[in-house]
Structures are given as C-alpha cells and as structure tokens.
Design a protein around this ligand. Structure first.
Ligand SMILES: CC(C)(COP(=O)(O)OP(=O)(O)OC[C@H]1O[C@@H](n2cnc3c(N)ncnc32)[C@H](O)[C@@H]1OP(=O)(O)O)[C@@H](O)C(=O)NCCC(=O)NCCS
Length: 186
C-alpha cells in the first residue's frame, strides 16, 4: 500500500499543533525531539520510558499482535524498545510517536515511520492501537497527523505500508486514508 505527497486529499498542509511549518522540512529539529502533534481528540508525542507498562498491556494482546512483528514480551522489553526508538530518531532514520487520547497522557498505541532510502524520500510506516480504542476515530485522527509530519516535516514524498493479506482491519484502515494497493510480496 502506498501514499504519495501529491495524492493526499483532505490533509492539512501543516502539522496541526506543531510549530514547524510545512516549508521548514530541512530545518526541522525532529531528530533532536519530536514535535507534539495535536488533532481531533488525540495528541501524539515522543515516547517516554514510563509508557512501557501501558504499551505492554495494550499491544501484546492476541488481537493486536496477530498480524504485526512480535512485540516485546515484558515491560522491560518495552523500555528497551523505547530507548531504541530514541537512538534511531537521533540517527535521523526513524520516528515513533505515542498516541494519547484527549484528557489523558496514557499511551494507547504507537505510530512508527522509518526511512527506506538515505534521503528519507520514501518512508514506511506502521501502527498499533489497543483494541479497546479501535473504531473510536483515534486511528484516523492520529494517522492524519503522522502523514502530515512525514510529508511536511520530514519531507518524505512517498509512504509505504505492508499489511498481511489476512489483516482485513489493518488494510481497511489504510484504504480509508487513501492508500493505494500496489503489490503482493511473497
Ligand atoms: C490498524 C489499527 C491501528 C486501525 O485502528 P482502528 O481503530 O481499528 O481503525 P478504524 O476502525 O478507524 O478503521 C478500520 C477500518 O477497517 C474496516 N474493517 C474492519 N475489519 C475489516 C475487515 N476484516 N476487512 C475489511 N475492512 C475491515 C473497518 O470497518 C474500518 O472502516 P470504517 O471506519 O470505514 O468502517 C488497529 O486496528 C490495530 O492496532 N490493529 C492491530 C495492529 C495492526 O494490524 N496494525 C496495522 C498493520 S498494517
């Protein structure tokens, strides 16, 4: 599934709630610290070590983890994962946001974006949200913020996602954002 910068529709040209304008991709300091992205009933922010317990509880359930890379198997594993996300961000090759719902600072899911080429022209993204928050609109609101971040702040021109064929919900979520099916990988 892929999306390109010029195929987006209905997405803001700037990151709502982010002080970095779209034209400032080259001067953005996202590698030092991710911007806080605010949208419709969700806020996205950099992960903290203290997010590990909620992410462990919400993202290791069978329904969430069935079609994605095996998540860490302990709170400590999530703490190590979070430390790794900071190292990858500092290296300028990856960003990972925590999704927090309106009125709470608890991380209920994550969005990851990583470069597929050295210039970050093409990125791949992935996401997971605790199942009790599925169908609430949080996914779509968060996804639009992350797409604006990737296209306008990072400067990506194309974003890819890989979804397991049997992952009807993950595929449905991508299609409703405007993603286009491109290929089957074997
Ligand atoms: C992917 C994920 C973040 C999406 O969040 P969500 O809140 O479930 O997404 P939404 O409900 O907004 O959108 C899912 C869409 O798929 C549709 N859908 C659900 N099951 C489906 C199926 N079996 N086949 C096709 N479409 C399906 C839903 O009806 C919905 O569309 P609608 O809003 O037009 O009705 C969440 O489901 C999740 O964390 N899944 C586990 C991890 C994962 O699979 N990540 C994606 C890897 S590609």
């Amino acid at each position: 599934m892929e999306m390109t910068a010029d195929r987006r529709s209905g997405l803001d040209a700037t990151v709502p709630g982010c002080s970095t304008p779209a034209s400032a991709a080259l001067t953005s300091n996202w590698r030092e610290r991710l911007p806080v992205l605010s949208g419709d009933r969700v806020t996205l922010r950099q992960l903290r070590s203290s997010d590990a317990p909620s992410l462990f509880a919400l993202l290791t359930t069978e329904e969430v983890s069935r079609f994605i890379s095996t998540p860490p198997e302990s709170v400590g594993g999530f703490e190590r994962f979070i430390a790794w996300t900071h190292r990858q961000r500092t290296a300028g090759i990856y960003a990972c946001f925590a999704v927090t719902p309106e009125g709470s600072d608890t991380a209920i899911g994550i969005f990851q974006v990583h470069q597929l080429d050295l210039a970050f022209d093409t990125a791949e993204w992935g996401f997971a949200i605790g199942s009790r928050f599925w169908g609430t609109g949080f996914f779509q609101a968060a996804a639009e913020l992350v797409l604006s971040f990737a296209f306008d702040v990072v400067g990506a021109r194309r974003i890819e996602a890989r979804a397991a064929l049997k992952n009807g919900r993950g595929t449905g979520a991508l299609l409703k954002l405007g993603a286009v099916h491109e290929a089957f990988l074997r």
